[in-house]
Design a protein around this ligand. Structure first.
Ligand code: SAM
Ligand code: SF4
Length: 451
């Protein structure tokens, strides 16, 4: 599943004389990068718009984690290009993982494309856009694999929201055999803790109440450095910042989930009671082929520790179905792992071979129909677990950070400590505060409640 997010922004002031339209695909890193792009382009006079027809610049921030991504980008660009064809002077740009993967090739294939911005090159964006305004076409996809990168984590200014991402690390060194991320996001690097804390303090001053510490594998934060704290210690430092009342993080790799980090769930009340801990498979044979660096038992051991330290913790995860060589017995092991863990939510994907990865060389003779049948079985089990875990919350009180209007008129909406959306009738003056809400109904993706 590729998420397509139309990030909605408000125009902040009248100093803007141009409009940018952004479509964001994929994970939170891309959502975060799109927010940075908006911040950087505001300096050049661009205000965000949700209408591509009226935009002076269109940018697709792309994802290539699963197959078909490149084709999807070509198709989407072909659709968006109609506005430019009408004779309008419009800059068209591609950023993110497909840009990194394809580079110059995209410019060669698409004569109407102006800019290709790789994952390490956002700091060049303003310069590239100025050039494009003068008619220059440019592709920048070099990796920066030295400490210069530490100074290239621009913070996001602008609209005060209540919950913000804070990047703590970028890239990945794990090279799981199926995954393209290390090739398109480059080597893992941890940001300076001093910079992270400065950013968190600034956000708290702007009124932000919740931070989500972000990276491909946050719990290996600092491991490559002699002078940075561990991720657990970093969380403790963030928790000391006045004004920040809730901390989340994503994504966690199970092999780097230390006892020190697990202990944080027991004694840091600000740390959310939800953790995303992707298992990918419940079979040791498949985990080995995936190169995940843990076994089923060691994964389950960490889950047990988390539950003993924080009995009300809720767990979400990722599973890949139909990895090359996955037998019926392997798949049954995945279902039984789900029964043991009992995820409240699960992102499940059919394996998709990615160019250049080790797994793409494995022979994969499992028919597509079998993979889809497995995926459907897994999703059915998950739907049952989601409701079995959610229903007992009916009647209980949840502390909700109210973030905006709800879906229905008169409703407001926010996130509970366990990360679930709660909609309830209330006054919009409550937006920005934590309120106690009694849960009255559980849905597959949210709760209904009353103040
Ligand atoms: N770093 C995170 C981790 O290791 O858990 C995951 C990041 S990855 C961008 C998000 C999810 O995409 C993975 O957890 C995996 O389930 C899925 N994914 C990655 N490569 C895939 C592939 N080739 N086919 C299917 N799913 C894939
Ligand atoms: Fe991909 Fe594995 Fe790195 Fe996650 S840890 S981004 S799945 S290589």
């Amino acid at each position: 599943m590729t998420l397509l997010l139309f990030v909605t922004y408000k125009v902040r002031s009248t100093m803007f004389d141009k409009l940018i339209y952004i479509e964001t695909f994929g994970c939170q890193m891309n959502v975060n990068d799109s927010e940075r792009i908006v911040t950087m382009l505001a300096d050049l006079g661009y205000a965000p718009t949700n209408d591509p027809a009226s935009a002076d610049m269109i940018l697709l921030n792309t994802c290539s984690v699963r197959g078909g991504a490149e084709e999807k980008v070509y198709r989407r660009l072909a659709n968006l290009r109609i506005y430019k064809r009408d004779g309008k002077k419009q800059i068209i740009a591609v950023g993110g993982c497909v840009a990194q993967q394809e580079g110059e090739e995209l410019l060669r294939k698409l004569p109407y494309l102006d800019l290709v911005i790789g994952t390490h090159n956002l700091h060049l964006l303003q310069d590239m856009v100025r050039g494009a305004e003068r008619g220059e076409r440019r592709s920048e996809t070099s990796f920066i694999d030295n400490d210069l990168r530490l100074d290239l984590f621009p913070s996001i200014k602008g609209e005060s929201r209540l919950s913000r991402f804070v990047t703590v690390m970028q890239g990945c060194d794990n090279f799981c055999s199926y995954c393209i991320v290390p090739y398109v996001r480059g080597r893992e690097i941890s940001r300076r803790s001093s910079d992270i804390l400065t950013e968190v303090r600034q956000l708290a001053d702007e009124g932000v109440r919740e931070v989500i510490l972000l990276g491909q594998n946050v719990n290996s934060y600092g491991l490559k450095s002699d002078h940075e704290p561990s991720f657990a210690e970093l969380i403790r430092q963030v928790a000391d910042v006045d004004g920040i009342d809730r901390i989340r993080f994503t994504t966690s790799h199970p092999k780097d989930m230390s006892d020190e980090l697990i202990a944080c769930f027991g004694d840091i009340p600000k740390l959310s009671g939800q953790i995303h801990l992707p298992a990918q498979s419940g079979s040791d044979a498949v985990l080995k082929l995936m190169g995940r660096g843990y076994t089923r038992e060691s994964y389950l051991g960490k889950v047990r520790k988390l539950k003993s330290i924080r009995p009300d913790i809720v767990i979400t995860g990722d599973i890949i179905v139909g990895f090359p060589g996955e037998s019926d017995a392997d798949f049954e092991q995945t279902l039984s792992l789900m029964e043991e863990v009992r995820y409240i939510d699960l992102f499940s994907f059919v394996y998709s071979p990615r160019p250049g990865t080790k797994a793409a060389e494995l022979s994969d003779d499992l028919p597509r129909a079998v993979k889809m049948a497995r995926l459907n079985r897994l999703m059915e089990l998950q739907r049952r677990h989601t409701m079995e875990i959610s229903l007992p919350y009916v009647g209980s009180l949840m502390t909700v950070l109210v973030e905006g209007e709800g879906k229905l008129p008169g409703q407001i909406s926010g996130k509970a400590d366990i990360g679930r959306i709660v909609n309830f009738t209330g006054d919009s003056s409550l937006i920005g505060s934590f309120v106690d809400v009694r849960i009255t109904k559980a849905y597959p993706n949210s709760f209904l409640g009353e103040l």
